[in-house]
Write a new protein. Structure first.
Length: 108
């Protein structure tokens, strides 16, 4: 899910801005649902608007379903299950923290 958020960052072309005005947001992000409208760098409020979180969670639910389906399709024979489980938990924490850091930087 975080990977799609990183990769879905899409700047809005300058011709869509109203002439002689400062745009309220410069890019959009989120896949398959557009969840975030990233503000102009000097205008960031350092906080993600609460109205953007529902689509973020909808994207998270979508990727949870996709991940569950893919997990069921993988082979079930794993020798060191406990080591793999620990690795997955640690990687989930690292990726989640880096994703939240990404959002903080984009909204700053």
């Amino acid at each position: 899910m975080w990977t799609t958020l990183f990769l879905s960052y899409s700047p809005i072309p300058e011709y869509e801005y109203v002439e002689n005005s400062i745009p309220t947001f410069v890019a959009i992000g989120g896949f398959p649902f557009i969840a975030f409208h990233y503000p102009s760098p000097p205008m960031g409020s350092d906080v993600v608007s609460q109205s953007m979180w529902p689509l973020f969670y909808l994207n998270e639910f979508f990727w949870l379903i996709i991940g569950t389906i893919l997990t069921k399709l993988l082979p079930q024979k794993i020798k060191n299950y406990s080591q793999i489980r620990l690795f997955c938990i640690v990687m989930t924490l690292i990726i989640s923290l880096s994703g939240l850091g990404y959002l903080v930087l984009r909204f700053d």
